[in-house]
Design a protein around this ligand. Structure first.
Ligand code: NAG
Ligand code: NAG
Ligand code: NAG
Ligand code: NAG
Ligand code: NAG
Ligand code: NAG
Length: 329
């Protein structure tokens, strides 16, 4: 009896947090719970976006950060679609060739995140990221409709990319349909019930039909638009809540309380300055986090002129005692 009990205890790892995807693999469960416990230690992970797959994706800024600060960001991010581009067939706009670099980063102990600037599926030649002409949003729920067929074909390519990562045992911080409370992207500021239905159908399609069990689902509205929790699809479909935040004064970030109240781990899904003159002081973030936003599990800096490396005090940011980088994981 005693021996049997001991055997049971060794065999079962109990985590406090159950992923939204009940079939999530062991590594994905581990990472969710790791992120969940970071705030209790007053620590959070660093992250850096590296661009659009097959368009701008490259590791130059990651390497520059490593050279300047002595640390490599813990999270590397890629975007699978440069949705403003036009192409026929539009499916060629979706691309996951960045996976190669994400796998390397994961093999070096890092975490990876993926977002997607989807082209408008109502358009036969892609594009129209910020234009919803011709779009009936609920067509996304009907894979037989013309828009729905195109949407499904996009999802299938995304799923192939995510599955390639699953086969390499890479867990993905997956941040689809981001900034949905803003009125800029075609999926933004839609009827909130319709949005929730589209999110849930995407979740079901990927987890149940495509058997993707390496995803942590991130719900990431934008702090500059109202009602960040309005489109929240529900606890069963989200693992992490995040805010995208482009501000010159980190203390001014809105929506934190509303997001934290949802009861999920919290992150900064995208971070950058509002004024893009290269003079933003990134050392302000650890101070603002310590003072006002201490439930943060990670931050993910945007690239180009938004990156810490193109602004001031990247060294202080990545060397903050609160920040965990890839080499410290
Ligand atoms: C993606 O790569 C393919 C093959 O190298 C190339 O033909 C295509 O133009 C690229 N697309 C973009 C948007 O850069
Ligand atoms: C980083 O430093 C290495 C070694 O000095 C150098 O080879 C590399 O070009 C540098 N990379 C960047 C992006 O500055
Ligand atoms: C993406 O672009 C690469 C070239 O960079 C190309 O080889 C590949 O076929 C494209 N498609 C996907 C789905 O990644
Ligand atoms: C709407 O449809 C028309 C006719 O097919 C097309 O010319 C136009 O580019 C579409 N607009 C958008 C934003 O998709
Ligand atoms: C959206 O695209 C249509 C068709 O190309 C164009 O007529 C319309 O002006 C665009 N709307 C906006 C807000 O850009
Ligand atoms: C995936 O990675 C985890 C943690 O690194 C490891 O424990 C597990 O055995 C790996 N699973 C497979 C199938 O390689």
């Amino acid at each position: 009896m005693h021996f049997y009990l001991k055997f049971l205890l060794i065999g079962i790892v109990c985590y406090a947090r159950e992923p939204a995807d009940k079939g999530a693999n062991e590594k994905t469960r581990y990472i969710l719970n790791f992120l969940d416990t970071l705030p209790t230690q007053n620590r959070y992970l660093s992250g850096q976006f590296a661009g659009w797959s097959n368009v701008t994706f490259n590791l130059i800024q990651m390497d520059q950060i490593t050279n300047l600060t002595g640390h490599t960001p813990a999270i590397l991010g890629c975007d699978y679609a440069a949705g403003w581009l036009h192409a026929t067939p539009p499916q060629t706009i979706i691309n996951y060739s960045c996976n190669k670099y994400l796998k390397d980063h994961s093999n070096a102990n890092g975490l990876v995140t993926i977002d997607i600037h989807f082209p408008n599926p109502a358009s036969p030649d892609g594009g129209f990221l910020k234009n919803r002409t011709n779009l009936t949003f609920t067509d996304l729920l009907d894979f037989q409709s013309e828009t729905g067929q195109r949407w499904k074909s996009y999802l299938n390519i995304i799923a192939d990319g995510l599955n390639e990562l699953q086969e390499a045992n890479v867990t993905v911080l997956f941040r689809p349909l981001h900034e949905m409370n803003g009125a800029w992207f075609w999926w933004g500021n839609q009827n909130s019930n319709d949005f929730r239905s589209v999110w849930i159908s995407l979740f079901e399609y990927f987890s149940t039909e495509m058997n993707l069990h390496n995803l942590l689902w991130i719900y990431a509205p934008d702090q500059s638009a109202p009602n960040p929790s309005m489109f929240y699809p529900g606890d069963d479909y989200v693992d992490i809540v995040a805010l995208d935040v482009y501000v010159d004064d980190p203390n001014s970030m809105q929506g934190y309380e509303e997001m934290v109240r949802l009861g999920k781990p919290f992150a900064l899904g995208e971070v950058g300055p509002h004024t893009t003159d290269g003079h933003f002081d990134y050392s302000l973030w650890p101070i603002a986090i310590a003072n006002h936003f201490n439930l943060i599990s990670y931050f993910f800096a945007w690239d180009g002129i938004y990156s810490p490396i193109e602004n001031r005090n990247a060294y202080q940011l990545f060397n903050s005692k609160h920040v965990i980088n890839r080499d410290q994981l």
